[in-house]
Design a protein around this ligand. Structure first.
Ligand code: DHB
Ligand code: FE
Length: 256
């Protein structure tokens, strides 16, 4: 490992940009336009969004190279820590014409295959019209999300409703840039999961719906692993998302 990590990372970024300038013979006018565009994006408060759209997945990839557990995926901007306990119950949802009940269940195991009881799990997803509780349209922050604890046998169970494809904020400079480069601003319908348990790495992932729209063409380049694309199973009118996750033990502490 280098003595000056900041130097190494910054110079690699600089070289990457220089390569792009050389390869595309970028003009002074284009250079000035790009700087203006970055300023405009910052003023619109969209720098985090624009950077995430292109690069967040790459950090997830790095993580997945190291883990022996299930593949991680994007956390996205809509995780809330302080949410209702929904263990073996139901999330709060609002009546909606396009509502499709959904069961989220499975088992959390360690890398040896042993169930992990008492793991904390957060699950959140969009409304039947692609919004997030606590962020959009005055939907309260305790809707379409919850926290649970895995049972003694490592299982989890909660009911909610199916999410739909989600469009990232697209009215500002990020959307404008995506359109300018011929890309769309949609994400496939997805469910977010986060698991924390003592002695284990925090695990964050998403599940998707097999053959669903955008599932192989996500504007945010999520779903790299394609591991949690769940085929349609409906029981008692409820879409079943039965997913087992493997969580990775914390690396052993180096001792002096
Ligand atoms: C974004 C939104 C999400 O719901 C998600 O899972 C990832 C990214 C976004 O708006 O950037
Ligand atoms: Fe999301």
């Amino acid at each position: 490992m280098s003595e000056n990590r900041a130097h190494d990372v910054v110079m690699d970024i600089v070289e990457g940009v220089r390569d792009a300038i050389r390869k595309n013979d970028v003009t002074f006018d284009e250079y000035k336009m790009a700087i203006g565009y970055i300023m405009k994006t910052a003023q619109a408060g969209e720098l985090p969004l624009m950077i995430d759209v292109f690069f967040n997945t790459t950090l997830v990839e790095n993580m997945n190279k190291k883990t022996k557990g299930s593949p991680n995926d994007l956390q996205g901007p809509y995780f809330l820590e302080d949410v209702p306990d929904v263990t073996n119950g139901k999330m709060k949802t609002m009546p909606h014409d396009n509502e499709q009940p959904m069961v989220l269940k499975g088992t959390i195991r360690d890398t040896e295959g042993n169930p992990v009881p008492g793991a904390e799990m957060w699950i959140w997803s969009s409304t039947p019209d692609g919004k997030y509780g606590g962020f959009h349209d005055n939907i309260p922050s305790d809707y379409y999300r919850g926290k649970l604890k895995t049972n003694d046998d490592g299982t989890y169970y909660v009911e909610s409703t199916m999410p739909v494809p989600y469009q990232i904020p697209h009215a500002g400079p990020t959307g404008e840039l995506m359109r300018a480069i011929g890309r769309h601003t949609w994400r496939p319908a997805h469910v977010h999961y986060k698991v924390r348990a003592p002695g284990f790495m925090e695990f964050t992932t998403q599940a998707y719906f097999k053959d669903a729209e955008w599932v192989d063409n996500d504007s945010c380049s999520g779903n790299q692993s394609r591991e949690f694309e769940i085929a349609e199973v409906i029981e008692d009118g409820k879409r079943i998302m039965d997913i087992d996750f493997v969580i990775q033990p914390l690396p052993a502490m180096a001792t002096a």
